[in-house]
Design a protein around this ligand. Structure first.
Ligand SMILES: C[S@@+](CC[C@H](N)C(=O)[O-])C[C@H]1O[C@@H](n2cnc3c(N)ncnc32)[C@H](O)[C@@H]1O
Length: 307
């Protein structure tokens, strides 16, 4: 590990990784008895470890100057967690856009290649844009291949067209971290959202109807006549969660309807961790396993906002 550091998250990060790790174990246990080649694809892989400072999530990542100076501890990140799963995956693909973090992933690979159970062709690190790489990979022939993809971005980096590509393979189980807090911050109370941000949200949700889902028309009396204005939905976190689950259900035959709500220390929702699968045969059992894990992870404050 070099001294570049990779600082993000807080206790909610632990919950997120614990949830995904539990699923990884169930996944490889089942898949090792099936006739498929199966891979783990970590598309926002980071470095393999996490340096924890505080628990405020995206704000600090968007405004690093706000981050607290003290470093608490080092923890395994998602890539290392996946490499520790038993039974092992047949292949690991780690994608990272940042050159320094990618270099750390290469170091992680070398560390694991010292173990007899890993071979050079089992671990692939890619210094690429996750959306571009995944869209290309999803076009390949998936008949005898299966994968579990983990999309763990800081904010709104996942494009809807990437999620569409994943669903089309009918061979990939998906865990995705949805940035509830970031989306909420973009949704101005009066609905006056700059066109550039509207386009960003369109790309993120794959359509424009998010506006109708998050805003209601409200009449306002002016001096001369009644004016139309827009008002943000009262329970916006619930509205966003429901809308994203609906969007996933428009693509995937199986979606866990009890995503994990990840909150900061002030109990403000930051992210929701969602699961979806679209394999005709496997999706029902995959969703059942994911739902059970999600339910087991939820204390009352993390219950899906939809409950
Ligand atoms: C929240 S961190 C990932 C943490 C990691 N999953 C873990 O648990 O250790 C998000 C990572 O995605 C990377 N990233 C951001 N945009 C990306 C993109 N378009 N393609 C690939 N990686 C990206 C960032 O550099 C960052 O390392």
């Amino acid at each position: 590990m070099n001294n570049n550091g990779h600082t993000f998250g807080g206790p909610w990060t632990e919950q997120k990784l614990e949830c995904v790790s539990k699923y990884l174990h169930a996944y490889t246990t089942i898949m090792s008895k099936q006739p498929f080649r199966f891979a783990y694809i970590d598309a926002f892989a980071g470095t393999g470890y996490r340096e924890m400072e505080s628990d405020e999530g995206t704000d600090e990542l968007m405004f690093p100057a706000l981050a607290s100076p003290e470093v608490a501890s080092f923890h395994d990140g998602s890539a290392r967690n996946a490499l520790e799963v038993e039974p092992a995956f047949m292949k690991y693909i780690f994608i990272e856009k940042d050159i320094d973090r990618y270099a750390e992933l290469e170091e992680l690979k070398q560390e694991y290649l010292l173990k007899p159970e890993f071979s050079e062709d089992m671990i692939e690190c890619r210094h690429e844009d996750a959306n571009e790489y995944l869209k290309g990979l999803c076009k390949k022939n998936w008949k005898t291949n299966r994968a579990l993809v983990f999309l763990d971005p800081y904010g709104m980096q996942v494009e809807w067209t990437t999620i569409e590509s994943i669903a089309r393979t009918q061979a990939i189980d998906l865990w995705i971290l949805f940035p509830l807090g970031t989306v909420n911050r973009l949704l101005k109370n009066d609905g006056e959202i700059r066109p550039v941000l509207q386009t960003r949200l369109d790309m993120f949700f794959g359509e424009h109807s998010w506006y109708d889902a998050f805003y209601q028309s409200a009449k306002q009396l002016s001096l001369f006549d009644e004016e139309d204005r827009w008002q943000k939905s009262g329970n916006i976190f619930v509205a966003i969660e429901q809308y994203f689950i609906d969007r996933l259900q428009s693509l995937f035959s199986g979606v866990a309807t009890n995503p994990l709500i990840l909150r900061n220390s002030k109990n403000v929702p930051l992210y929701i961790l969602c699961f979806a699968a679209n394999n005709q045969r496997g999706a029902p059992i995959a969703v059942k396993i994911a739902k059970d894990i999600l339910e087991g992870m939820q204390n009352p404050s993390q219950l899906s906002l939809l409950n």
